[in-house]
Ligand binder design. Sequence first.
Ligand code: NAD
Ligand code: TYD
Length: 380
Amino acid sequence: MDFKRNILITGGAGFIGSHVVRLFVNKYPDYHIICLDKLTYAGNLANLKDIEDAPNYTFVKSDICDYETIQAVMLQHNIDGIIHLAAESHVDRSIKDPFTFARTNVMGTLSLLQAAKLYWESLPERYDGKLFYHISTDEVYGALELSHPEGIEPPFTTTASSGEHHLAYGTDFFYETTKYNPHSPYSASKASSDHFVRAFHDTYGMPTIVTNCSNNYGPYQFPEKLIPLFINNIRQRKPLPVYGKGENVRDWLYVVDHARAIDTIFHNGKPAETYNIGGFNEWKNIDLIKVMIKTVDRLLGNPEGYSDELITYVTDRAGHDLRYAIDSTKLKNELGWEPSLQFEEGIEKTVSWYLDNQAWLDNITSGEYERYYDDMYKNR
Ligand code: NAD
Ligand code: TYD
């Protein structure tokens, strides 16, 4: 069958990638979606079970660093668009093993860029109708201060560049123009890959877009990240390891809204541009943890306050960034994207999903990961 477009989505078996693949396969039956993933501990084909038999979907198991295979995939499927999500994504792992992060996030991205460049430059129309869309994080910008106007305790209302008022823990946001200042090996590797992507635009004229998104939450997230880990631990009555004092602030976006933003930007974004994606939804970790405990207890029929005793303050993460907060006004003004879900609804849906999908959780947390987690936790 001849498809209108042939789109390579890397990291499609991971958390965000699986939502992007699902959205594109279902929404665009006339596109061929080629999902390429190494299936590391974080990649799981069970995340894509509902679309695996779709006629416009193909899965390729490969490492993005395997340059020959990437070249062959570009040619075999006549790829005209790439949405690149494959990455090592967990800050704690990057602190233990920075080399793997440099390999996948930097060298893997370079391998994709070079394969795309050679293939697209070999075609008569060259870069026309092509796009290399790189998914990055707000963590490349570093950390914001927990500053507040005198006499007002955070969270307080502050004004985004759109002129709208939002609750915030500081007076500033990350903008597309904010200088890169990564602190963790994870964010340093993502920053480096962002630079390579922009360099391929500036040097070779490749049409590229980079987006920097805030923390995502929702179904299919690997339970080493805060939200699924804590939901799972509450369910199992295991300790909840709060790093430091739990005062760090993150800006949370429901993953399906991120996938919607990626769809909008892939189709309507301007090549060479950067867009920040976020929901103006800042939470101090400890407050978010209390909401999760309350929601899990309520849904499991436990008395209120039943799981509060699981909160366990542990040694802080090394170099722990204090506050992330995205200003996504540009995306709203230029492309009309806004989050569709309020946080209260998103967290309710998320907790329900993990409680209803215990087999999925038990399956991916068994064996090697269980040993890794016990070891991480013992060392805190
Ligand atoms: P994830 O860890 O859940 O998934 C990563 C996927 O990449 C997995 O399926 C894994 O198997 C695959 N992968 C890893 N190394 C690979 C390699 N060498 N070759 C091929 N595939 C490989 O990550 P996620 O949370 O879904 O994040 C996806 C992307 O979005 C990443 O680039 C991340 O930096 C970015 N991002 C994540 C968040 C977040 O909150 N999770 C926020 C902003 C940006
Ligand atoms: P995480 O989900 O790892 O995302 P990121 O580090 O990319 O923001 O962590 C979110 C926040 O939760 C971060 O401030 C670290 C904190 N955290 C804990 O307090 N305990 C934990 O066990 C984990 C995994 C995270």
